[in-house]
Write a protein that binds this ligand. Structure first.
Ligand SMILES: CC(=O)[C@@H](O)[C@H](O)COP(=O)(O)O
Ligand SMILES: NCC(=O)COP(=O)(O)O
Length: 247
């Protein structure tokens, strides 16, 4: 078990709120600094092709303002590759994107495009960026991630969280079993395992308890909770829930 389960705080939805009015506030850079001060181990931010949350200028501004790692989420496009190479964040997490989706709906297809994707991530790796692939807990995709030389995978916890929210505990537990198996498979292959999407205080425990998991990336719930209790309190409460599950 990794000694310390890292918490990456995703600040995308501060930017979503800013963009709703088209101005400068609330500032996602301020949220990143506040998250760092509240004990986040990293900041995650997704520069979507449609720029619905952070924008190009935010990437450099966030990196300049924080001293913890930035996990830069990006689609596998030439434009995003060039942006990642120009900023060289600590990590780049390649995620699938569909313009019309409300949120990231599935995992990245790796197995079907493995030669192409291996070539795509090579320059990122050569630039010293830790590449991670945001995938479903599917044995075929996990094996393909390993084959193409990605050092890290992030398993999509969205379905697990959705089933929990819908009260469908059988489906939730089946999804948790898939995540558990996926984490084991990946760790056996030598991959570093992260998880994220849709996690909240109620759903974080069972995934935080998995010994193979080194990092959780959590955003939407924390930013929503911050409206009521403040970001430092939300982060501290999430950390306690993670820690309680780990012992
Ligand atoms: C890739 C992912 O898991 C997302 O949570 C992302 O970081 C936030 O963006 P969306 O809500 O647009 O998916
Ligand atoms: N990669 C998942 C992430 O960064 C956070 O997802 P969410 O908690 O905003 O759904």
């Amino acid at each position: 078990m990794a000694d310390h389960l890292r918490l990456g705080v995703n600040i995308d939805h501060v930017a979503t709120l800013r963009n709703a009015r088209g101005g400068a506030l609330p500032d996602p850079v301020r949220a990143a600094v506040m998250a760092q001060e509240a004990g986040a181990d990293g900041i995650t931010a997704h520069l979507r092709e449609d720029r619905r949350h952070i924008r190009d200028a935010d990437v450099g501004a966030i990196m300049a303002a924080i001293s913890i790692p930035l996990n830069f989420e990006m689609a596998a496009t030439p434009e995003m590759q060039a942006i990642a190479l120009s900023h060289r964040p600590h990590a780049a997490c390649i995620v699938p994107e569909r313009r019309e989706e409300r949120t990231t709906e599935g995992g990245l297809e790796v197995a079907g495009v493995q030669n192409w994707l291996a070539d795509y991530i090579a320059p990122l790796r050569d630039a010293g960026i830790r590449v991670s692939l945001f995938i479903a807990a599917d044995p075929v995709q996990i094996a393909a991630a390993h084959r193409i030389g990605a050092p890290v995978i992030e398993l999509h916890t969205g379905a697990y969280c959705d089933h929990h929210a819908e009260g469908d505990h059988a489906a939730r537990d089946a999804e948790l079993a898939r995540l558990t198996q996926g984490a084991k498979q990946a760790a056996d292959l030598g991959l570093e395992v992260h998880m994220g999407h849709g996690l909240c205080y109620e759903t974080v425990g069972p995934v935080a308890a998995l010994p193979e998991v080194a990092e959780l990336n959590i955003g939407h719930f924390l930013i929503g909770e911050a409206v009521f209790t403040g970001l430092p309190h939300a982060i501290a409460t999430m950390r306690r829930a993670m820690q309680a599950a780990r012992v």
